[in-house]
Design a protein around this ligand. Structure first.
Ligand SMILES: [Zn+2]
Length: 473
C-alpha cells in the first residue's frame, strides 16, 4: 500500500467537516428529563443530536444502529473482532458569560466556539470523518470498527450501561474525549448526595438574629458552581449585614452583591466555573458564600448546614477536611468537588459531591469515612454513583499502535498520561482516551467560551483516521 497522506485527505474535506460540525453543535443537547420519552430517555434535544449523527452516517452509506435512544453506532469494516471509538453527543449546560451564543457556533481567530466544540461534539465529528476517510479510501479492514455514540456521558452514563447490555464489547478501543497523547490511567469516581432532613425541634427553640430561607448553587456535580444565592430573613440589622457582605467580597476579591427584598436579604456570589476534576482551579461560589455565612448568627437548622459545608468542604479540595486525602504515583491526588447545593427552610437540604480517588484507594473505606463525617451533622449519603478506577497496560497493542500513529503524525513523543476525569475508556475492557486536546493547549471543556482550534480539529481527524486504519487493518 502506498503511503497515505492522512492530513491531505482531511484537508480535502475541511469545509464539509466544519459545516457538519456547526450543524451538530447547534443542537442544544443538554440533559432534559422534562422532554424525555420513548426513544429519547434523556430528552428531545439529546435524541435529536444522536439522530443527527446517525442520519449523516446513513446518508454516507454506513451501517447504523439506534439502541432505543440511549446510544447508537456507526459501523464499517468486516471481521469478527470489534474496534470501538466511544464519544458522546450530550453536553453540559452553557452557563453564563459567553461572548457568542453557545449554541450558535462561530469561528473567530481560527477557533470554533460553541458548547461541545471540545467536549465532545467536535471530536465526535472528527472521529466520524476519520472513519469516513477510511471508508472513502476503500481501505480493506479485517476488523469491524464502531463509532459508538453515547448520550448521557455528562450525567450518569446510563447510555453506555444500556448499550453494552444490548451490544458487544469491543476487543479494544479509544475515546476522543480528553487529551493527547494517550491517557491510560483514570481515577476512580464517586458521585454522592449528602442529604439532611429538617430538625423541627431545633427550629422551634431558635432565637437567632437571622434565618436561612434558602441556599442554592450549581447545576452539575462535575462542575465548579460559578453562582450561588442565599436568602436570609429575620430581625437583624439589614444595613450592617449588607456592609458585612461588601467587606467580605472586597477582602476575598469575589464578585457579588446583597439586595433587600420585602422580608429578606438576597445575597449573590459569583465564582468561576471549571471542570470538577480540578476543583481548586475554579472559584466555587457556594463555598465562598458558606464561608461568609459562617460569621452570621443563623437559626440552628441553617447554621448546621453552613457549619457542615465549612467543616467538611471549604478549603478541602483534596479531601483534607473529609480526612480522605491521599495520592499515588499513577494518577496523583484525590479530589473533592462540591458541585450542587440546595437548602430550603423546613425542607430537605443537600450537597452533591464528586470525589475522584487514586487507583490504589479502597472506595468502601472512603465512603465509610465520608458517611461518618456527615453523620455528625445529621446527614446521610444517598444517590451514590461509582465508577472504579481504570488502567490499561502500556505494552498492550492498543497503546503501542496509537503511540506509533501519534508519533508519526506529530513528531512528538507519545507520553502516557493519567487523569482525574472519567472518560468512556473505562467502560471498555481495554481502552484509553486519545485526544483531542494537544499538549499545552487551553482546556475549555465545561467552561464559558468553550472552543477547539480548527487546525487541531483537523490534526485530530487525521490522527484518528490513521489510528482506525492501523487498529483494524
Ligand atoms: Zn466529554
Amino acid at each position: 500500500m502506498s503511503q497515505i497522506n492522512w492530513h491531505e485527505e482531511v484537508l480535502k474535506r475541511k469545509e464539509e467537516l466544519l459545516a457538519k460540525c456547526k450543524e451538530f453543535l447547534s443542537i442544544e443537547s443538554v440533559l432534559d428529563e422534562s422532554t424525555a420519552g420513548a426513544g429519547a430517555p434523556f430528552g428531545r434535544k439529546i435524541a435529536e443530536a444522536l439522530e443527527y449523527m446517525l442520519n449523516l452516517a446513513e446518508q454516507d452509506g454506513f451501517k447504523t444502529l439506534n439502541v432505543d435512544g440511549y446510544a447508537g453506532h456507526v459501523e464499517y469494516g468486516d471481521g469478527n473482532e470489534l474496534v470501538g471509538i466511544l464519544s458522546h453527543v450530550d453536553v453540559v449546560p452553557a452557563g453564563e458569560g459567553w461572548t457568542s451564543p453557545p449554541f450558535s457556533p462561530e469561528i473567530r481567530d481560527g477557533k470554533l466556539y460553541a458548547r461541545g466544540a471540545l467536549d465532545d461534539k467536535g471530536p465526535t465529528m472528527a472521529a466520524y470523518f476519520a472513519l469516513k476517510i477510511v471508508k472513502e479510501l476503500g481501505l480493506p479492514l479485517s476488523k469491524r470498527v464502531r463509532l459508538i455514540l453515547g448520550t448521557d456521558e455528562e450525567s450518569h452514563w446510563r447510555c453506555m450501561m444500556y448499550y453494552f447490555e444490548h451490544e458487544d464489547m469491543p476487543a479494544m478501543g479509544f475515546t476522543p474525549d480528553a487529551d493527547f497523547p494517550i491517557i491510560n490511567a483514570e481515577k476512580g469516581l464517586v458521585d454522592l448526595k449528602v442529604v439532611g432532613l429538617p430538625d423541627h425541634e431545633a427550629e422551634q427553640s431558635a432565637e437567632a438574629e437571622w434565618t436561612l430561607i434558602d441556599f442554592e448553587a450549581g447545576q452539575r456535580v462535575n462542575m465548579v458552581p460559578d453562582f450561588a444565592i442565599a436568602r436570609i430573613g429575620g430581625d437583624g440589622d439589614v444595613f450592617e449585614l449588607k456592609e458585612k457582605v461588601q467587606d467580605f467580597l472586597l477582602t476575598r476579591r469575589i464578585q457579588g452583591y446583597a439586595e433587600e427584598a420585602d422580608d429578606h436579604l438576597k445575597i449573590v456570589f459569583k465564582g468561576r466555573s471549571h471542570h470538577g476534576s480540578e476543583p481548586d482551579k475554579g472559584l466555587n461560589a457556594a463555598l465562598e458564600l458558606a464561608r461568609f455565612m459562617e460569621s452570621i448568627p443563623l437559626d440552628p437548622y441553617g447554621a448546621n448546614y453552613i457549619r457542615m459545608i465549612n467543616s467538611l468542604l471549604v478549603d478541602g479540595f483534596f479531601g483534607e477536611k473529609l480526612t480522605i486525602a491521599m495520592e499515588d504515583d499513577k494518577v496523583g491526588k484525590l479530589t473533592v468537588n462540591p458541585g450542587v447545593f440546595g437548602y430550603k427552610k423546613g425542607d430537605q437540604h443537600f450537597v452533591r459531591i464528586n470525589v475522584r480517588y487514586p487507583i490504589s484507594a479502597d472506595s468502601d473505606d472512603l465512603l465509610k469515612i465520608i458517611e461518618n463525617k456527615v453523620a455528625d451533622y445529621g446527614m446521610k449519603i444517598t444517590d451514590l454513583n461509582h465508577l472504579p478506577a481504570h488502567y490499561c497496560d502500556p505494552d498492550h497493542p492498543l497503546i503501542t499502535t496509537l503511540s506509533k500513529v501519534y508519533e508519526e503524525q506529530t513528531g512528538e513523543k507519545a507520553r502516557l498520561l493519567a487523569i482525574g476525569g472519567g472518560t468512556y475508556a473505562r467502560v471498555l475492557d481495554t481502552g484509553v482516551a486519545f485526544g483531542p486536546l494537544f499538549p499545552g493547549k487551553e482546556e475549555t471543556a465545561h467552561q464559558k467560551d468553550e472552543y477547539i482550534e480548527v487546525e487541531d480539529l483537523l490534526k485530530a481527524t487525521a490522527i484518528y483516521a490513521q489510528a482506525i486504519y492501523e487498529l483494524a487493518k
